[in-house]
Design a protein around this ligand. Sequence first.
Ligand SMILES: CC(C)(COP(=O)(O)OP(=O)(O)OC[C@H]1O[C@@H](n2cnc3c(N)ncnc32)[C@H](O)[C@@H]1OP(=O)(O)O)[C@@H](O)C(=O)NCCC(=O)NCCS
Length: 141
Amino acid sequence: MKLVPATMKDSDFLLTIRRDPVVKKWFLDQRKISKAEHKEWMQRALSTPGYQVFILMIRHEQPCGRGSLIIKGKFVEIALAVHKDYRGYGLGTIAIKALLRKAKATGKIPWAKVKRDNRASINAFLSAGMRPFPDLIEFRT
Ligand SMILES: CC(C)(COP(=O)(O)OP(=O)(O)OC[C@H]1O[C@@H](n2cnc3c(N)ncnc32)[C@H](O)[C@@H]1OP(=O)(O)O)[C@@H](O)C(=O)NCCC(=O)NCCS
């Protein structure tokens, strides 16, 4: 698998993934994202230092998902989504391992947040070698 830095040309592919009902379900933000809003997000993400968006590529330049790294203080957040046609073949786990290598290269601590009942994601992060912090609970207003 190759992690290819995303460009504005990937906007439609990334929006397709973002609008996938399964992907949407596991996002914290549950709003329907308009094309304009998505484009704005991409422009912002691609020009923000410490924010990297990748297209997950397999075989001969076949895009199968997206991954991202966002530096937040001393941590680097890993997030990903595999396109629905490619889930369940081990690609999510391979992608996390590849993202982890890039995350470690930043010198920051790799970190990810996953909804409690997102079994596929939990299993993928576990299989890639990451471990949860069971002693932490998130609070919000
Ligand atoms: C999470 C996600 C990236 C996993 O990608 P994937 O390519 O399907 O994952 P893999 O094939 O590598 O499977 C990883 C593990 O999860 C398990 N798994 C896969 N789909 C599953 C499902 N629907 N329910 C429970 N376990 C599942 C696999 O058996 C495997 O477990 P194992 O390593 O113990 O055998 C993918 O499901 C996805 O894009 N989901 C929507 C977006 C999302 O939730 N992103 C994560 C938030 S950061």
